[in-house]
Design a protein. Structure first.
Length: 358
């Protein structure tokens, strides 16, 4: 073999070895290990440092709501009014007839969930008010579901609204005009999707469990399968929900997301404690616990809205077709209900979408 041929062979072998080493390092990293030089044992890798975020920079404020003639305050998606066949809207807590969650002497509110603390007549009246605000007709049929934090999707028609009890699930789809689809939230993320070409609409309820189960990604796939939708024809809106500013979570949630999404670490960040007293007088809160075992310090936060935006992108929806309506339900208690901020005693908002009849 010539000298030049030997050099080419050696170079090829070196490239192959380098590729194998890179593949090995990738496997070690996924396993939480660090490859050491020959003669040294592999050891556990230090966890990657998560990005640190300042809470004051994270709050998502909602745009000013529209005020309907019946007093209902609701949020519209900018630009969607140009889709002349489309009904849509994200409710707030302002402008209803319920007094279950308002302050003493306060104005009645727009609770849209049949919660234990409220009476059914007030909630039913509120639902009619929302339908009237969005469609102009209080009698517009409304299809809802019994939400169970799942990845289960249901197809709805006018006949569905006649059921005595709604079916269980967390996503609704329809191509039938004259019907509103509705999902309820009080921190979870509502996602509305519309096919501009085929006149198909969908509404999804995405808490962290439904997000891990890919409810939105699966929902777009279902639209393509059942209605012939193409992702490039879809527009989507992500409505008010708990923001990364307020959504402190545990490491177990990080593990759940890591098991499903390659980009999971991009959805989490560390946020410094927002308590002004703790910031000003940190010595008052020192404990005898070992470092890393005290609740003092930055906490892990999840960006649930971004997690669902990434699912829309993964499903093929164009980035410019996705709108983040904004509004942190925990930060804006005068505008939204929040399950977490109210320690579990809260009303429900509703996000609705439908096809205007010809």
């Amino acid at each position: 073999m010539s000298t030049s041929a030997s050099r080419e062979t050696a170079s090829t072998d070196a490239q192959i070895e380098a590729t194998q080493i890179r593949a090995m390092d990738t496997l070690f990293e996924q396993a939480g290990l660090v490859r050491r030089p020959r003669g040294e044992a592999a050891s556990a890798a230090r966890p990657a440092r998560r990005p640190r975020a300042d809470q004051s920079e994270l709050t998502r404020t909602a745009s000013p709501p529209r005020v309907a003639e019946n007093g209902v305050h609701w949020l519209a998606v900018p630009g969607w009014e140009r889709i002349d066949w489309l009904w849509h809207g994200f409710s707030t807590r302002v402008g209803g007839r319920s007094r279950a969650y308002c302050a003493d002497g306060g104005e009645p509110e727009l609770n849209l969930g049949f919660t234990p603390d409220d009476d059914r007549e007030s909630v039913a009246a509120n639902r009619r008010l929302l339908a009237e605000a969005v469609t102009g007709n209080a009698a517009t049929p409304l299809a809802t579901i019994r939400q169970i934090h799942s990845g289960h999707l249901l197809r709805a028609g006018i006949d569905y609204t006649g059921r005595a009890q709604p079916l269980k699930g967390d996503g609704l789809l329809t191509a039938e005009p004259g019907l509103l689809l509705g999902v309820q939230t009080a921190d979870c993320i509502p996602v509305l999707v519309a096919d501009r070409k085929r006149r198909v609409v969908a509404a999804f309820h995405a808490g962290w469990r439904g997000t891990v189960k890919r409810i939105v990604e699966a929902g777009v796939g279902r639209m393509c399968l059942e209605f012939g939708s193409r992702p490039g024809d879809l527009v989507a809106a992500i409505g008010p929900g708990i923001g990364v500013c307020c959504y402190a979570v545990g490491e177990d949630l990080l593990s759940s997301f890591e098991a499903q999404f390659a980009y999971s670490r991009e959805l989490f960040c560390e946020v410094d404690d927002a308590d002004a007293v703790r910031r000003k007088y940190p010595m008052l809160f020192l404990t005898q616990r070992a470092p890393g075992h005290s609740p003092i310090g930055p906490s892990l936060h999840l960006n649930l809205a971004e997690a669902n935006r990434r699912q829309l992108l993964a499903a093929g929806v164009k980035p410019r077709a996705i709108q983040m309506v904004g509004g942190c339900t925990s930060c804006q208690p005068s505008l939204f209900f929040s399950h977490r901020a109210s320690q579990g005693r809260a009303g429900r908002m509703m996000s609705v979408i439908g096809i205007r009849p010809d």
